[in-house]
Design a protein. Sequence first.
Length: 326
Amino acid sequence: MAIELKFFERVESGKGLFAVESISLIYNALTTILILLLYPRMDHPGMMLLERLGIVVLTFVLIYLYQAFPCRLTAFVRMVVQMSLLAYWYPDTFEFNRLFPNLDYVFASAEQAIFHCQPSVEFSKLCPSMWFSEPFNMGYFFYYPMMLIVVVYYFLTRFEWFEKICFVLVTSFFIYYLFYILVPVAGPQFYFPAIGMDKVNACDFPAIGDYFNDNTFLLPGPGYEHGFFYNLVEASQEVGERPTAAFPSSHVGISTIVMIMAWRVNRKLAYILFPFYVLLCCATVYIQAHYLIDSLVGLITAFFVYQLATLMYKRWFISPVFKRMY
């Protein structure tokens, strides 16, 4: 009952944007400019512009709803809608980087030079059984539930920090997405079938130019094909995966940021999530979504991205609504 009452607890209505809405509109504007610059080369730029306009309209409709009913629940809806739109912004990166020469050959060659093998291939060969495949796929699938758990925990127990963690999460995604637009790397699950495993085994990693502009074949993941979590991951990848966003691994980067957030608010929560986090990080290489380099750089960059997003929030976007509440 206490939690239910808090959902509808009135908060002082503000006419401005929340921080997460501001950064989303900034990203929207930046990518809109990029669409206009690349308009003749893009596949469906007119539709992309209309979709961006629709996101802007939705944002202001939710602001109007919040002003009419200023409470915690409508604040939650405003921010969670912006987070849910990441499902749109992720495949959107492919619409840009598909126009540029693919760089997988650089990363596959670097992987070979550093490790003297392709870790993503060797890892799955070494651990093909259900006892490895299912835990790793479970960890990979737990990516979004882990975020949801931490976000909801902050909403219910640390509402004064809720806007900040939503902003930091969304901004971190956008930082990675901007990098993906400019650095087109698809990952082993796309690049290896494009060049053929004979070339991979021969350590020959040719440049393929803009091959992925017209080809998006996805290599089925290794492991136990009849596993429950294996098939969940396969189904989700068939729906939402694109040959984009391999370097650095946002799965590792964002999940590391989520773990930082969990650690800061509740150590027990962090301990509970930690096994899933470890499995997720291992899974990025095991299912061949990423080169090992991608995952290592994702881990390292997470701390810098977290600090940058936090600094941006403190300097630019501290909401007067949330200031006055506490």
